[in-house]
Structures are given as C-alpha cells and as structure tokens.
Write a protein of this length. Structure first.
Length: 654
C-alpha cells in the first residue's frame, strides 16, 4: 500500500483545553477512514490542521509528494459574486478550467470565443470529462450554473462545495459532515460514488449507515488519545466496547495494587533505602492509573412531557404554493395522540414549510390548522436557535428559566440541567462563540426540552450532533410520552424513531407510508421492478391510508389500527404483485443454473474466509504490516461477497 498521509505525535490545545495529545496515524491508497469523537473534542480542528487552515502545538504531518488533496469544510465559503459553475469548477485541472470557459460561453450571448474553446476541449479530451461533471452536478441538484454564490442557501452552498471537491478528483478526499443538507436520494448516490471511487477518504460524519457502508477503517479520539480500528462502524462498536471493558478491568487490578501500596506508604518511616525510593516513585504512576476509568458519558434526557389531551391537531384542507411551486393542495390530516411521523422527500419539496405552517410561522394560502388546547410545541429547527454569541452558556438557559420542571414535583436548577447535557460547570461559563457547532446544537436541544413540550417538531435534528448524543436522543424519543414529527435525512435515526412516513414527492404530491425508512426503500425497490400494470394497482391502493378524511371522534385507536392494517395490506399486495411477476418469469438456462449452484458454494466459503480474517484482526498478535494486509484482504472479500450475493439474488429471481 502507498502511504498518502502520515501524522506523528500530533498535539493541539486551545489555552487550557487540550483536544488531543501525541496522536499518530496514517492513511494509504484505497483506504476510506472515518474520524469519530464527541462534540468539542477536536474532529473539525484536526481536519482544519490537515488542510493547513489551523496550526498545531507539536508533531509532524507528512503528505506524499505531489499528492492532490480535496477538502470539504463544514461551513464552506466562496466569493459572493462568483457564479455556481465557477465555484464548482475551481481546480488546477486544465480540462476542468476549459469546461468552465465553455459553460460560461454557452450561457452568454457572446460566442466569439466558442471555436477556440471547442479546440481546447478537443485538445484536453474534456468532452467525456464534462459529461461526468454534469452527472455529478445533476445528482446534487445543481442546475442554475450562472446563479451567484451570494444568492444560495446554506444547503445549496454545501452541495456546490461538495461538487467542487468531487469534480477535482483528488488522491485524498477530506470530508467534514458531507451528508448535511443532502436529501436521502443524494446520500445514497454519494455512498455508491465513494465506494466505487479510487480516492482515499478521511471523513467526519454522524450518518451511521453511511459509515457502515463506505468506511474501511475507523479512528477515534477519546480522552485526548487516538484509537484505530480496521473495519467498518459495526466492527468499531464491538471492538470499542471490548477496549473499554479491558481498560476498566485493568483499572480494577491497578486499584487493588494501589490499596496495597498506599498502606505501605503510610507505614514507612521518612528515611528510605534506594529500593524503597524506587517504590515510592512508582507509587505516583500507580495512583494516577488507579484513578482513571473509561465511561460513556451520555446526555441525560429525562425531561417529562406536559400532559397531552386527546385532540392534537387537524389540518383542514391546506393549500400552499410559491409561484409555480406547489407545496400542498387541499391537504387534510387528523394527527393522533402519541403519533411519531417522519417526513422525507427531496430538497425543495416543502418539508420545512409544512412544519412552519403547523407552528404558525408561515400562513397557508387557504385552509387552517386546528390545534388542541393542551398541545405544547417544542421546535428544534435546522437553522438552530439564534444565540447571542457574546452570552455565556449558563445565561442562555437562565433567560428561559432558572429551574426546569421534571415532573412528579421534581425540579432542577439551570446549571444542573446543563450538566445533564454534558456542559461541565467550567464550560457553562464559556461564551457561546467558543462552542463547537455540535455543542451549539446540543445547547439548542437543551433549550427546547427544558420547556417541557409534549409535541416535538424536529427539523434535521441530527446535523452536527455526535453519535453518542444521537443514540440517547433516539432512546428518549422512543419512550417520549407525546407526539413527534421529524424531518431528517438520517436513515438510521428515522428507522429507530418513527412509525410511519409522510413522503413529499413534489408538486403537492404526498404519500403516507406505514413503516420506517428501510421499509419504504424496500417497498420502492419492489415497486420499481414490478410490471407497469401491477405497479399502477399497487401504487393506487397504497396511497389510500391516512390521506382520506378521518372522523373527528375517532383519532388514536382508529389511526393506530389503520396503520397496522395498512402495513399488512401493503405487504400482502406487494407479495401478490411480486408473485404475479414471478409467475411470468423465464427459467434459468443450463449455464445460469450452474452459475447459481457455484455461487451457493462460493458465498459461504467467502463468508468463512472473512470471519477467519476478522478473528486474526481481533487476536492482537499481528504486526502492523500483517494488519494492513489482512485489512485490505478483508475489504476485497467483502466486496466479492456483495457482488456474488447480488448475482445470486438476480439468478434466484429468474
């Protein structure tokens, strides 16, 4: 393997805050590495150091000579007057610069330079390159090439920046939260693009499905140190837990030694022999080690929801559009008590507008929302709370309430409540501008929950939250005694939290699907494979649930039962339609039958070989070169298994 990047003994601090100390790691060709750490512990800082945007205290950073590096920042910045196409094609690649000139020429009325530009396109063989660039831009929904950067939203700007680094085809691609502001379709495309690309990758993301499917290695910053794992996110979770358990077991053994040494220290006279002095010096190290213990500090979400009555809200024939863009058209919905709805759809189809109309921030063109008297909304917006950057963290919370009601007569001070969100007493007196993006998000979540809402409206809640906080938020929402509507591109989060989806297809076309996101994707894949007649029948039937008028007096039970019936009906219809498709299939040819039989032997053998390699990696006896070799072999076998399994599935459906 060719070494692209090597970091040795790197240390970084901000004043008294030590982010990481004496960390070392490397990245080679064809490695896709994820960086995981809690908010505020240095993920973005490390990426900025590698890109040259920040300095470091000590250590060395070595890139391979002439290595081309692309960096997607968490908050990218371009000159406001720059056009979108110019921003997308900012690179030293001559072919890309020629394509940028060609696009500008075609967009303008002056074509005097067109012949010269076309000659340059031929010279640099840029036509195929242009086709691939257009594909990337199209997948990221970047279509208005001449629009100025200053006119874009934050999400559009992030997608332009992502397009720019993908188009530049670097050897090493560094991505800071690449899935933020992408819709689900874009995320799934990006997954496949990165998996098939030859670019090496160093990435920070909270998207756990993305981590599992894209990354070959995980590095974690924990307690200022760095730990490396040769596998995907699932492998990392298992090995990290083993590491913590082993560390704590070793700590317990050290504690027993410490007790013995402490007793000896107390018994000894002041005069010491040489051997005793050596033991005394060793005692300080034992004492320090005995007081260490690894734990999983978690955000504690034990806030109680206010009482929620039986009437939640009724959307009465809502219509909303912006010029030619239709969001809703005569939309009716009666929301049930304790319902948990997920909202998905492409960017620009009206998901956030739907939430803002419900909350009264945007007026519908016609129709109205009838909200129950006991409903207390808690709104977590994707833009976040507009904090005063010069305020201290504790004052932000105290401005809302000095005490937080926890239910059952229990209450908690603002400072105690902040500690439940991992804001230490020291951090609470920091100014807001000193917080990381993730810490600001956590503070925003704190200010939402401390008001004791019984109806949570969450617009992209997973952006910039660390994985630990996401896990706790999921657990909290699963047991939340209230209602939830969540807009999110985080598929794992949606699968854990919601019981049905409202899908925005654009042009006021809405579909209510009884199930989570994975259920929906599986249904969509089946529907795409069905014959046109079966697809039409299935689509027509599956759109019936929840979009029809519901009697006012039959809310929770009727809707709950309806969800189950709908899910069962969809499942039955899908199986029937798939069965009809199967009946009309051709039989396997002799060659295909032999291939199918061979695959049934090859796949288990590969699975066994993969398991053997994983056991070797977990044994702790391999050298560094052997670990690298085994990890590469593991990745190759995993891809083989995926390819052969897909082929087996194709043949099994014939």
């Amino acid at each position: 393997m060719i070494s692209y990047l090597q970091i040795e003994h790197l240390t970084k601090s901000f004043g008294d805050l030590l982010l990481f100390e004496d960390i070392s790691f490397g990245i080679s060709d064809n490695q896709r590495v994820a960086l995981i750490a809690k908010n505020g512990t240095g993920k973005t800082t490390l990426l900025n150091i590698l890109s040259g945007k920040e300095d470091y205290d000590s250590g060395t950073i070595s890139f391979r000579r002439d290595l081309r590096v692309g960096y997607l920042e968490q908050s990218p910045d371009f000159p406001k007057k720059l056009s979108v196409i110019a921003a997308c094609l900012q690179t030293d690649n001559e072919a890309v610069r020629t394509i940028a000139d060609y696009e500008h020429c075609m967009m303008s009325e002056d074509h005097n330079q067109l012949d010269d530009i076309i000659s340059r396109m031929d010279l640099h063989k840029a036509w195929d390159y242009e086709t691939r660039i257009k594909q990337i831009l199209g997948k990221l929904k970047i279509t208005n090439f001449e629009q100025q950067i200053g006119e874009l939203s934050g999400g559009q700007l992030k997608r332009v920046a992502l397009a720019n680094v993908l188009i530049s085809e670097p050897d090493l691609l560094i991505l800071d939260e690449p899935t933020n502001h992408l819709d689900l379709e874009m995320i799934e495309w990006l997954e496949e693009f990165l998996k098939r690309s030859s670019m090496s990758l160093l990435m920070v993301t909270h998207d756990r499905y993305f981590l599992d499917r894209v990354c070959t290695n995980i590095i974690e910053i924990d307690h200022q140190g760095l730990y490396q794992y040769n596998g995907n996110y699932t492998y990392y979770l298992e090995k990290r837990q083993e590491r913590i358990e082993n560390f704590n077991a070793e700590t317990e053994r050290t504690v027993n030694i410490y007790k013995t040494e402490l007793e000896w220290m107390r018994r000894q006279p002041q005069a010491r022999a040489t051997k005793a002095k050596s033991r005394i010096e060793r005692f300080a190290d034992i004492e320090e080690r005995a007081k260490q213990r690894r734990n999983n500090d978690k955000v504690q979400l034990d806030v109680k929801a206010s009482y929620l009555g039986s009437k939640i809200f009724e959307a009465k024939y809502i219509s909303k559009s912006y010029n030619d863009l239709k969001i809703l058209d005569n939309y009716y919905y009666n929301f049930a008590r304790y319902e948990k709805m997920g909202i998905v759809g492409k960017n620009g189809t009206g998901k956030s507008t739907y939430l803002k109309m419900l909350l009264g921030e945007v007026k519908p063109d016609s129709g109205s929302f009838d909200i129950g008297e006991t409903v207390v909304f808690g709104y977590y917006s994707q833009d976040g709370l507009a904090f005063d950057e010069q305020m201290k963290v504790i004052d932000v919370v105290r401005d809302i309430a000095e005490e937080v009601q926890l239910g059952n007569g229990k209450r908690m001070s603002a400072s105690q409540f902040l500690q439940h969100f991992l804001f230490t007493p020291e951090t609470q007196y920091n100014y807001v501008y000193k917080l990381s993006g993730g810490e600001k998000r956590r503070l925003h979540l704190c200010t939402v929950l401390m008001r004791n809402p019984n109806f949570l409206v969450l617009d992209e809640p997973t952006n910039d939250l660390d994985i630990v906080t996401l896990n706790i938020l999921e657990e909290y929402l699963q047991s939340f005694k209230g209602c939830v509507i969540v807009v999110s591109h985080d598929r794992y989060f949606m699968d854990k939290v919601v019981d049905h989806l409202l899908v925005f297809n654009g042009n006021a076309e809405l579909k209510d699907f009884p199930g989570n996101y994975t259920d929906y994707r599986e249904w969509m894949e089946i529907e795409e494979e069905l014959p046109l007649t079966a697809k039409g029948e299935l689509k027509g039937k599956s759109q019936e649930p929840r979009t029809k008028t519901t009697d006012n007096g039959r809310q929770r039970n009727e809707i709950g039962e309806q969800t189950t019936d709908d899910r069962q009906r969809t499942s039955v219809e899908t199986r029937q339609a798939t069965s009809e498709k199967t009946d009309s299939k051709r039989k396997l040819s002799y060659k295909e039958q032999k291939e199918f039989e061979a695959l049934e032997l090859e796949i288990p053998a590969l699975e066994k070989e993969k398991a053997d390699i994983e056991n070797q990696l977990a044994s702790g006896v391999l050298s560094t070169d052997e670990i690298i070799s085994a990890s590469k072999k593991h990745s190759e076998i995993n891809e083989l298994i995926e390819d052969k399994t897909m082929r087996w599935l194709e043949l099994s459906e014939i």
